[in-house]
Design a protein around this ligand. Structure first.
Ligand code: CU1
Ligand code: CU1
Length: 288
């Protein structure tokens, strides 16, 4: 049965409660921290050698699509009625809006140590102890808008600029790629200061705390953010009918990206599925 991912601002209080309960149960079972670990393992930058499957690479979108499906399946083993909601950060832009309510993700971190003090994921509630990628403490951290050096959430205009690009990705298929939908959405920008962070990356910067690094999965908003990013891939496909994932073929031996990126029909670790097979999610889930 095809299930639906909803805008988090439209969830009923019962839906919010069921999502939170399922998240806490996946955490209690120890499965959640495996997701955190896996993301840390795949946090490879293009400054390093080796294959990049998850970030700074064309397979950024299919990799996170598979990753979300794994979490969603874990949630649905707890409660088959649950799916991952998406956070439309072009509309819900304040600390008072969805998804930051007390009955969902809780709010900003406090000043002194960025510790989240409200909602079910606050450390004092006893059900969300950080175990992987621990830096400051065992508590979840956020720092909305980075007050010391303010940054705004991405605008609808900047998201639309990414969506308007008719090409999925272009050489050199890394963080320096200037054109192409993938990097304009992933958001490795150019210039200095805040201009370095666009769209997807800028949201990680705006939330701050755990969302800043490889251990960003520790913040449950990771999934709501990436569901919205995943939705943009579907929107882009509708806007540019028939435009495929790129590259179609693996870069050759003389290319700097040889064996460092996943081409359309190559297997993507750790799942062994191809980006091509992940281009259509309509038989699994849809977006409302
Ligand atoms: Cu990621
Ligand atoms: Cu991300």
């Amino acid at each position: 049965m095809v299930y639906t991912r909803k805008n988090v601002s439209t969830l009923t209080s019962a839906e919010r409660r069921r999502f939170v309960t399922a998240m806490l149960e996946v955490k209690r079972r120890g499965e959640y921290d495996e997701f955190v670990r896996r993301h840390i393992d795949y946090y490879v930058s293009d400054g390093e050698g080796g294959l990049r499957a998850a970030h700074m690479a064309p397979s950024f979108l299919p990799w996170h699509r598979c990753f979300l499906l794994d979490l969603e399946n874990a949630l649905r083993r707890v409660d088959p009625g649950v799916s991952v909601p998406y956070w439309d950060w072009t509309r819900d832009r304040t600390p008072a809006s969805a998804p930051w309510t007390k009955d969902l993700l809780g709010g900003d971190g406090r000043r002194s140590d960025r510790q989240v003090m409200t909602g079910p994921f606050a450390y004092a509630q006893g059900q969300w102890t950080i175990k992987e990628g621990v830096t400051d403490g065992a508590f979840l951290m956020r720092e909305f808008g980075r007050p010391r050096k303010p940054i705004q959430l991405p605008t609808l205009a900047s998201l639309n600029a990414a969506l308007s690009d008719p090409v999925y990705d272009t050489a050199p298929f890394d963080s320096t790629t200037r054109r192409g939908f993938r990097n304009r959405l992933e958001g490795w920008g150019h210039g200095v200061g805040n201009a370095t962070w666009e769209n997807h990356n800028r949201v990680h910067r705006w939330v701050g705390g755990h969302m800043l690094g490889g251990a960003s999965v520790n913040d449950p908003v990771f999934w709501l953010h990436h569901a919205f990013v995943d939705l943009q891939w579907s929107r882009w496909q509708m806007l540019h009918r028939g435009a495929p994932y790129l590259p179609e073929r693996p870069p050759g031996p003389g290319d700097s990206q040889h064996r460092r990126i996943v081409a359309r029909r190559e297997k993507m670790p750790p799942w062994g599925v191809t980006p091509e097979s992940m281009e259509d999610h309509s038989l699994i889930y849809r977006y409302a």
